[in-house]
Design a protein around this ligand. Sequence first.
Ligand code: ACO
Length: 191
Amino acid sequence: GISARDFVELISMLAYTSTGSELSCAEEVLFEDKYLSPEVQSNLHEGYKLYPLRANDFERGYLDVLSVLTEVGDHTVETWNSQFQFMKKHNDTYFTVTITDEKSDRIAATGTILIEHKFVHKNGLVGHIEDIAVDSSHQGKKLGLRIIEALKFIGQLTGCYKVILDCSVKNIPFYEKCGFTPKESQMAWYI
Ligand code: ACO
Protein backbone atom coordinates (compact mmCIF):
# COMPACT_ATOMS: atom_id res chain seq x y z
CA GLY A 1 0.00 0.00 0.00
CA ILE A 2 0.92 3.69 -0.14
CA SER A 3 0.78 6.00 2.87
CA ALA A 4 -1.39 9.12 2.79
CA ARG A 5 1.77 11.22 3.06
CA ASP A 6 3.42 9.49 0.08
CA PHE A 7 0.21 9.92 -1.88
CA VAL A 8 0.15 13.68 -1.22
CA GLU A 9 3.81 13.91 -2.20
CA LEU A 10 3.18 11.97 -5.41
CA ILE A 11 0.25 14.21 -6.36
CA SER A 12 2.28 17.37 -5.74
CA MET A 13 5.11 15.93 -7.86
CA LEU A 14 2.65 15.27 -10.68
CA ALA A 15 1.47 18.89 -10.44
CA TYR A 16 4.94 19.96 -11.54
CA THR A 17 5.60 20.02 -15.25
CA SER A 18 8.89 20.44 -16.98
CA THR A 19 9.14 23.53 -19.19
CA GLY A 20 12.50 23.43 -20.91
CA SER A 21 15.26 23.13 -18.35
CA GLU A 22 13.40 24.67 -15.40
CA LEU A 23 10.55 23.27 -13.38
CA SER A 24 7.39 25.27 -12.94
CA CYS A 25 4.26 24.61 -10.92
CA ALA A 26 1.21 23.75 -13.05
CA GLU A 27 -1.42 26.34 -12.25
CA GLU A 28 -5.01 25.42 -11.53
CA VAL A 29 -7.30 26.18 -14.48
CA LEU A 30 -11.09 26.54 -14.73
CA PHE A 31 -11.51 24.02 -17.57
CA GLU A 32 -9.65 21.67 -19.91
CA ASP A 33 -7.56 22.91 -22.85
CA LYS A 34 -9.77 21.05 -25.36
CA TYR A 35 -12.25 23.93 -25.03
CA LEU A 36 -9.66 26.45 -26.28
CA SER A 37 -9.97 27.16 -29.99
CA PRO A 38 -6.66 26.32 -31.75
CA GLU A 39 -7.65 28.73 -34.53
CA VAL A 40 -8.06 31.65 -32.12
CA GLN A 41 -4.78 30.73 -30.43
CA SER A 42 -2.91 30.80 -33.75
CA ASN A 43 -4.59 34.03 -34.94
CA LEU A 44 -3.45 36.00 -31.87
CA HIS A 45 -0.60 38.44 -32.41
CA GLU A 46 2.77 37.43 -31.00
CA GLY A 47 2.97 37.99 -27.26
CA TYR A 48 -0.70 37.20 -26.58
CA LYS A 49 -2.00 33.83 -25.37
CA LEU A 50 -5.46 32.33 -24.84
CA TYR A 51 -6.10 30.59 -21.49
CA PRO A 52 -8.95 29.24 -19.40
CA LEU A 53 -9.39 31.42 -16.29
CA ARG A 54 -6.53 30.50 -13.93
CA ALA A 55 -6.42 30.45 -10.13
CA ASN A 56 -3.69 33.13 -10.05
CA ASP A 57 -5.40 35.54 -12.47
CA PHE A 58 -6.29 37.65 -9.43
CA GLU A 59 -2.56 38.59 -9.34
CA ARG A 60 -2.56 39.14 -13.12
CA GLY A 61 -5.01 42.01 -12.77
CA TYR A 62 -8.09 40.09 -13.94
CA LEU A 63 -10.47 42.24 -11.87
CA ASP A 64 -8.84 45.47 -13.11
CA VAL A 65 -9.73 44.41 -16.66
CA LEU A 66 -13.34 43.67 -15.62
CA SER A 67 -13.60 47.15 -14.12
CA VAL A 68 -13.92 48.63 -17.67
CA LEU A 69 -17.41 47.06 -17.58
CA THR A 70 -18.83 48.01 -14.21
CA GLU A 71 -18.20 48.23 -10.47
CA VAL A 72 -16.17 45.16 -9.42
CA GLY A 73 -16.22 45.78 -5.64
CA ASP A 74 -13.47 45.33 -3.06
CA HIS A 75 -12.08 41.83 -3.44
CA THR A 76 -9.51 39.95 -1.40
CA VAL A 77 -7.71 36.84 -2.55
CA GLU A 78 -10.23 34.90 -0.40
CA THR A 79 -13.31 36.34 -2.14
CA TRP A 80 -11.58 35.67 -5.48
CA ASN A 81 -10.77 32.07 -4.54
CA SER A 82 -14.27 31.30 -3.31
CA GLN A 83 -15.78 32.47 -6.62
CA PHE A 84 -13.12 30.64 -8.67
CA GLN A 85 -13.80 27.41 -6.75
CA PHE A 86 -17.58 27.81 -7.19
CA MET A 87 -17.09 28.20 -10.95
CA LYS A 88 -14.69 25.26 -11.06
CA LYS A 89 -17.25 23.06 -9.27
CA HIS A 90 -19.70 24.01 -12.03
CA ASN A 91 -17.26 24.02 -14.92
CA ASP A 92 -19.74 22.41 -17.31
CA THR A 93 -21.63 25.72 -16.96
CA TYR A 94 -18.99 28.44 -16.47
CA PHE A 95 -16.37 28.93 -19.18
CA THR A 96 -14.29 32.06 -18.69
CA VAL A 97 -11.42 32.65 -21.11
CA THR A 98 -8.62 35.20 -20.93
CA ILE A 99 -6.01 36.58 -23.28
CA THR A 100 -2.77 37.29 -21.43
CA ASP A 101 -0.09 39.73 -22.47
CA GLU A 102 2.77 37.26 -21.99
CA LYS A 103 5.49 39.91 -21.67
CA SER A 104 3.94 41.61 -18.67
CA ASP A 105 2.04 38.47 -17.53
CA ARG A 106 -1.09 40.64 -17.15
CA ILE A 107 -4.61 39.92 -18.38
CA ALA A 108 -5.44 41.91 -21.51
CA ALA A 109 -8.95 40.62 -22.27
CA THR A 110 -11.62 38.27 -20.96
CA GLY A 111 -15.09 36.90 -21.61
CA THR A 112 -17.46 34.23 -20.29
CA ILE A 113 -19.99 31.83 -21.81
CA LEU A 114 -22.58 30.23 -19.53
CA ILE A 115 -24.17 27.03 -20.79
CA GLU A 116 -27.88 26.84 -19.96
CA HIS A 117 -29.78 23.51 -20.01
CA LYS A 118 -33.35 23.78 -21.35
CA PHE A 119 -36.35 21.48 -21.88
CA VAL A 120 -37.20 23.20 -25.15
CA HIS A 121 -35.46 22.10 -28.34
CA LYS A 122 -35.41 18.61 -26.79
CA ASN A 123 -33.13 19.36 -23.83
CA GLY A 124 -31.36 22.02 -25.84
CA LEU A 125 -28.39 24.05 -24.67
CA VAL A 126 -28.10 27.83 -24.98
CA GLY A 127 -24.86 29.74 -24.57
CA HIS A 128 -25.03 33.12 -22.83
CA ILE A 129 -22.07 35.42 -23.46
CA GLU A 130 -21.30 37.70 -20.52
CA ASP A 131 -18.67 40.10 -19.20
CA ILE A 132 -16.63 40.84 -22.30
CA ALA A 133 -13.83 43.24 -21.37
CA VAL A 134 -10.63 44.34 -23.06
CA ASP A 135 -8.17 46.40 -21.02
CA SER A 136 -8.23 49.97 -22.34
CA SER A 137 -4.53 49.84 -23.34
CA HIS A 138 -5.23 46.75 -25.52
CA GLN A 139 -8.50 47.82 -27.18
CA GLY A 140 -8.72 48.03 -30.96
CA LYS A 141 -6.27 45.13 -31.54
CA LYS A 142 -8.89 42.46 -32.32
CA LEU A 143 -8.69 40.94 -28.83
CA GLY A 144 -12.43 41.50 -28.29
CA LEU A 145 -13.11 39.69 -31.56
CA ARG A 146 -10.79 36.80 -30.57
CA ILE A 147 -12.50 36.46 -27.18
CA ILE A 148 -15.91 36.20 -28.90
CA GLU A 149 -14.55 33.64 -31.40
CA ALA A 150 -13.13 31.61 -28.49
CA LEU A 151 -16.52 31.67 -26.71
CA LYS A 152 -18.41 30.73 -29.91
CA PHE A 153 -16.05 27.74 -30.23
CA ILE A 154 -16.99 26.62 -26.69
CA GLY A 155 -20.68 27.11 -27.55
CA GLN A 156 -20.28 24.84 -30.58
CA LEU A 157 -18.19 22.22 -28.78
CA THR A 158 -20.68 21.92 -25.90
CA GLY A 159 -23.54 21.53 -28.40
CA CYS A 160 -25.45 24.81 -27.99
CA TYR A 161 -28.12 25.45 -30.64
CA LYS A 162 -27.66 29.23 -30.21
CA VAL A 163 -25.45 31.76 -28.44
CA ILE A 164 -26.98 35.03 -27.23
CA LEU A 165 -25.88 38.17 -25.39
CA ASP A 166 -27.09 41.57 -24.16
CA CYS A 167 -25.21 44.73 -25.07
CA SER A 168 -25.47 48.50 -25.27
CA VAL A 169 -26.57 50.12 -28.55
CA LYS A 170 -23.02 51.51 -28.82
CA ASN A 171 -21.55 47.99 -28.96
CA ILE A 172 -23.94 46.63 -31.61
CA PRO A 173 -21.48 47.28 -34.50
CA PHE A 174 -18.77 45.35 -32.61
CA TYR A 175 -20.99 42.29 -32.13
CA GLU A 176 -22.16 42.50 -35.76
CA LYS A 177 -18.50 42.25 -36.78
CA CYS A 178 -18.35 39.13 -34.58
CA GLY A 179 -21.22 37.52 -36.55
CA PHE A 180 -24.20 38.37 -34.29
CA THR A 181 -27.47 39.95 -35.43
CA PRO A 182 -29.91 42.04 -33.34
CA LYS A 183 -32.88 40.00 -32.06
CA GLU A 184 -35.74 41.28 -29.86
CA SER A 185 -35.14 43.39 -26.71
CA GLN A 186 -33.32 43.26 -23.41
CA MET A 187 -35.25 43.85 -20.16
CA ALA A 188 -33.87 44.37 -16.64
CA TRP A 189 -35.16 44.50 -13.05
CA TYR A 190 -32.65 45.85 -10.56
CA ILE A 191 -32.87 44.86 -6.88
N1 ACO B 1 -18.29 50.56 -32.61
C1 ACO B 1 -18.03 50.17 -33.89
N2 ACO B 1 -17.11 49.21 -34.20
C2 ACO B 1 -16.42 48.68 -33.18
C3 ACO B 1 -16.61 49.05 -31.83
C4 ACO B 1 -17.61 50.03 -31.56
N3 ACO B 1 -17.90 50.41 -30.31
N4 ACO B 1 -15.75 48.33 -31.06
C5 ACO B 1 -15.05 47.56 -31.90
N5 ACO B 1 -15.46 47.75 -33.19
C6 ACO B 1 -14.98 47.08 -34.41
C7 ACO B 1 -13.51 47.31 -34.63
O1 ACO B 1 -13.30 48.51 -35.33
C8 ACO B 1 -13.12 46.08 -35.43
O2 ACO B 1 -13.55 46.26 -36.76
P1 ACO B 1 -12.63 45.86 -38.04
O3 ACO B 1 -12.51 44.37 -37.99
O4 ACO B 1 -13.38 46.36 -39.20
O5 ACO B 1 -11.31 46.53 -37.81
C9 ACO B 1 -13.99 44.97 -34.82
O6 ACO B 1 -15.11 45.66 -34.23
C10 ACO B 1 -13.26 44.16 -33.77
O7 ACO B 1 -12.82 45.05 -32.76
P2 ACO B 1 -11.74 44.65 -31.67
O8 ACO B 1 -10.44 45.27 -31.97
O9 ACO B 1 -11.78 43.19 -31.44
O10 ACO B 1 -12.38 45.41 -30.41
P3 ACO B 1 -11.79 45.49 -28.93
O11 ACO B 1 -10.70 44.53 -28.71
O12 ACO B 1 -11.54 46.91 -28.61
O13 ACO B 1 -13.06 44.99 -28.06
C11 ACO B 1 -14.92 45.80 -26.77
C12 ACO B 1 -14.31 45.63 -28.17
C13 ACO B 1 -15.11 44.44 -26.11
C14 ACO B 1 -16.29 46.46 -26.92
C15 ACO B 1 -13.93 46.65 -25.94
O14 ACO B 1 -13.76 47.90 -26.54
C16 ACO B 1 -14.31 46.86 -24.48
O15 ACO B 1 -13.87 46.12 -23.61
N6 ACO B 1 -15.11 47.89 -24.18
C17 ACO B 1 -15.49 48.23 -22.82
C18 ACO B 1 -16.33 47.14 -22.15
C19 ACO B 1 -17.55 46.73 -22.97
O16 ACO B 1 -18.31 47.54 -23.46
N7 ACO B 1 -17.74 45.39 -23.09
C20 ACO B 1 -18.86 44.78 -23.80
C21 ACO B 1 -20.01 44.62 -22.85
S1 ACO B 1 -21.35 43.67 -23.54
C22 ACO B 1 -21.15 42.07 -22.92
O17 ACO B 1 -20.33 41.83 -22.10
C23 ACO B 1 -22.02 40.94 -23.45
